[in-house]
Ligand binder design. Structure first.
Ligand code: SAH
Length: 204
């Protein structure tokens, strides 16, 4: 079923063989609530705890492809959710720092990683809007919730040459990639419309 899912993603334009191999390897059904397990290899988003969603496999593959991960890259993920995207990044041998603001999901997914032997560098309960200044800079940053605007903190936590992949918008989001060209310069690319649950800022 995973091989077939990878074929669907190829038909939709995903090319990176390492990303496709990760899709063929990570058991998505284990990241889902039992009621939905039977649908895990459809290219669809599904509900998880705390009114959130596990992203559509195409979206996961698309964002991951844009990150251009190399072995050992230090990656920050905002929105751990089910942990599926985290597992894909780990499969690509990235060092992953992942942040979740819903306590229920943070606890559940952290426990699940331990049970499964997935080893992100850190799973953090907190507000990803602020990023992780104490651990910056990162080779890449992926945001897996729809951001009304690009958090400035995230741009400043990228290495020169690094990439930030973030869906920007309220009703609908435009997948946006920033490549840091120098301390002060960023190249911006807009890469099509997607739909995500909102990135929420903790105001205190
Ligand atoms: N990568 C996840 C996507 C989950 S949906 C997966 O495929 O399962 C997006 C997640 O972002 C939700 O779990 C939501 O709680 C979380 N989120 C929203 N705003 C956030 C913020 N400011 N900081 C960290 N996580 C946030």
């Amino acid at each position: 079923m995973r091989n077939k899912l990878a074929d669907v993603l190829i038909a939709k334009g995903i090319k990176d063989t390492k990303v496709l191999d990760a899709i063929r390897t990570v058991p998505r059904h284990l990241f889902m609530d039992s009621g939905f397990e039977g649908h895990a290899y459809q290219d669809k988003a599904f509900p998880i705890a705390a009114d959130q969603t596990i992203s559509q496999p195409y979206t996961v593959a698309f964002q991951t492809e844009l990150l251009a991960i190399e072995q050992g890259h230090k990656v920050m993920e905002i929105g751990t959710g089910s942990g599926y995207q985290t597992a894909i990044l780990l499969q690509l041998k990235a060092k992953v720092y992942t942040i979740e603001r819903q306590l229920e999901l943070f606890k559940k997914t952290n426990l699940f990683f331990k049970k499964m032997g997935y080893r992100p560098k850190k799973v953090i309960f907190g507000d990803g809007y602020k990023g992780l200044p104490e651990l910056a800079p990162f080779d890449s940053i992926i945001v897996t919730a729809g951001a009304p605007e690009v958090p400035k903190a995230l741009m400043s936590q990228l290495k020169v040459g690094g990439r930030l992949v973030i869906p920007v918008g309220v009703e609908e989001q435009i997948m946006t990639m920033y490549i840091r060209k120098s301390e002060k310069e960023f190249e911006k690319k807009e890469l099509g419309a997607f739909r995500f649950v909102p990135l929420l800022e903790d105001k205190n």
